[in-house]
Design a protein around this ligand. Sequence first.
Ligand SMILES: O=C(O)C(=O)C[C@@H](O)[C@H](O)[C@H](O)COP(=O)(O)O
Length: 359
Amino acid sequence: MQCLNVDLGDRSYPIYIGARLLEGPGLLAPHISGKRVCIVTDDTVAPLYLPALETALAAYQITRVVLPTGEAFKNWATLQQIFDALLGERHDRKTTLIALGGGVIGDMTGFAAACYQRGVNFIQIPTTLLSQVDSSVGGKTGINHPAGKNMIGAFYQPQAVLIDTSSLQTLPEREISAGLAEIIKYGLIRDAEFLDWLERNMASLRALDSDLVTEAIMRSCAIKAEVVAADEREGGVRAILNLGHTFGHAIETHQGYGSWLHGEAVGAGMVMALDLSARLGWIDVQQFERGRRIIAAAGLPVAPPESMTVDDFRRLMAVDKKVLDGQLRLVLLRSLGEAIVTADFDTEALSACLAGAQS
Ligand SMILES: O=C(O)C(=O)C[C@@H](O)[C@H](O)[C@H](O)COP(=O)(O)O
């Protein structure tokens, strides 16, 4: 097992990474505050991993909340089910919520933990590649609104993140590709050498070579932990983690949540960010082509859905959380391995990028 730390003063926490970590109580126990836990999971993950987790937590009084699976359910009505269970079973402030599942479960459980009785402890046990390398780390919690992704939420850090790499074995191929999108993102924004490594190893990563996947998770979490530690509440540098997300969130909202996986939309969105960076002359055509090739090699879409118009993009991007004083800010690339967050780009170039993506 390997361990990283997210350094946030008195809100610091460990990320444990290894195979079959779910099966023992040893790692979880120090992060559980009382005698009671509430495990929140979904109806896909529950039959696979809930029994093992319940066995590991046999010393605690357990409440289970099994939610419907998918991004379409990341909303108020589903969140309410968590509160109903907590109140129905009279959980007090010493309870610990445990998120067992992908990003949707992690984001909603974290948000429930932030709100329930004004804040209780929670632990992330991410079971998808995307949630292991991204959403379980950093404390962004929340739900979607029909007008935009993750529009209602809170920054609220977990007590620990437990990444059991064995859970990837049951993941569909499409979910592996979606997770690779966020992994490629780290190379594009922060680490050119990691991007080279990903390019060389993409086929083996897609085939879930366990040493390589563990290394990819470690390197991704290390970059994420470093960026979050530098800027917990996204006042500055943390926004680089949003590469491709302004375009990607617009795609997800337009298509209806869950139609495109988050990672698929981010894949197409990163190609659009690469394209705009090239149109602005910040990267050259070869770098653009290389970035697009790596994203395609991960099995991801490299263009938005044909049904989306330039006006759709403009309307949906206008509610992006990086818009400040009515001005759109985007994460763009100065080179492959270096991202900036900027409002200083030629609007003609953006129009050409949006129109080009549809051609
Ligand atoms: O942790 C962050 O910061 C990120 O932006 C990571 C993203 O990959 C992740 O999808 C996040 O949930 C997006 O957050 P949002 O603020 O753009 O809704």
